[in-house]
Design a protein around this ligand. Sequence first.
Ligand code: HEM
Ligand SMILES: *[C@@H]1O[C@H](CO)[C@@H](O)[C@H](O)[C@H]1NC(C)=O
Ligand SMILES: *[C@@H]1O[C@H](CO)[C@@H](O)[C@H](O)[C@H]1NC(C)=O
Ligand SMILES: *[C@@H]1O[C@H](CO)[C@@H](O)[C@H](O)[C@H]1NC(C)=O
Length: 317
Amino acid sequence: MASCLSVLLLLCLAGAVSGQLSPTFYSRSCPRAMSIIRAGVRAAVAQEPRMGASLLRLHFHDCFVQGCDASVLLNDTASFTGEQGANPNVGSIRGFNVVDSIKAQLEAACKQTVSCADVLAVAARDSVVALGGPSWRVLLGRRDSTTASLALANSDLPAPFFDVVNLTASFAAKGLSQADMVALSGAHTIGQAQCQNFRDRLYNETNIDSAFAAALRASCPRPAGSGDGNLAPLDTTTPNAFDNAYFTNLLSNKGLLHSDQVLLNGGGGATGGQVRSYASRPSRFSRDFAAAMVRMGNISPLTGTQGQIRLVCSKVN
Ligand code: HEM
Ligand SMILES: *[C@@H]1O[C@H](CO)[C@@H](O)[C@H](O)[C@H]1NC(C)=O
Ligand SMILES: *[C@@H]1O[C@H](CO)[C@@H](O)[C@H](O)[C@H]1NC(C)=O
Ligand SMILES: *[C@@H]1O[C@H](CO)[C@@H](O)[C@H](O)[C@H]1NC(C)=O
């Protein structure tokens, strides 16, 4: 009996120190956590479908900067400048109010138990599901950082003018493969982008469908500064459905961003083959996207006694 208990204790300790995440992390400590997050996401997406895209992107922008530690949610303070003012984020990332509202409900149900980093991971999955995409088991037990990094947000997030080599390198720096990069780029089957992020493509590139480009030019004038923030859907075909249309669009040169369209022909074969595969077999995209999301969610989490469980996601306790 005593030895049984000590084996159990050892197993628990091993789990805590090995930094492993677990799908059942909150099943005893906060059994309602998953349903609270799901309900919050569903309501937000029902009100505005784009919010599903915005929440999915928040998790990505969190994980690529210091790991999945909710650093993206921290406001600037006297001791550090946060990530929200970084080039890829400023005037672009959104969804903070939804996260704050979900977190307030979690605090009411189970005080200081569910991390903001886990809220982002679960909200990303629930957003994809709410828009008709695949589901997956989210691994849990991440803790929240006590700092954030403007510099890392600027250096570690990929830019829309990147070519395949640069995209691949920025994912490799996070332990993700080129195949993961292509699968995860399929997130651009939902959501919107601003003119300033696709203007060069409209006026300078030749691998773009001419009618598609002409229509976009109408609301994205050439001179920099005018209409910079005007929005267009990343997936022109089914903007609010999480499907494989992102990839079929690429086959007809209707990718919105440079970094989208280069996946078809800019990858020396491999990325193009993967694009064609996902365009013809939606189930492969679903399967690979879900698996890649789990890998992205595993990027350098804080676990055990590292970091903290924030009470309010936008500030350190
Ligand atoms: C492959 C490299 C990537 C690049 C260069 C990139 C770049 C961008 C850019 C420039 C925008 C538009 C931002 C704006 O104009 O305000 C955007 C939007 C978006 N990105 Fe990415 N992204 C990449 C990968 C990803 C990944 C891995 C995910 C998630 C798994 C993702 C999810 C999204 C979503 C959902 C939106 C729309 C957000 C909204 O409508 O609020 N992106 N991305
Ligand atoms: C963080 O900044 C947002 C936007 O300015 C603000 O609404 C929120 O109250 C701030 N959070 C804290 C804890 O001050
Ligand atoms: C992409 O990577 C190549 C090769 O390393 C490099 O020469 C180029 O400057 C990079 N481009 C961007 C936009 O970072
Ligand atoms: C297109 O390319 C030219 C030459 O490289 C550059 O000067 C210009 O800023 C680019 N963008 C647009 C919108 O014309």
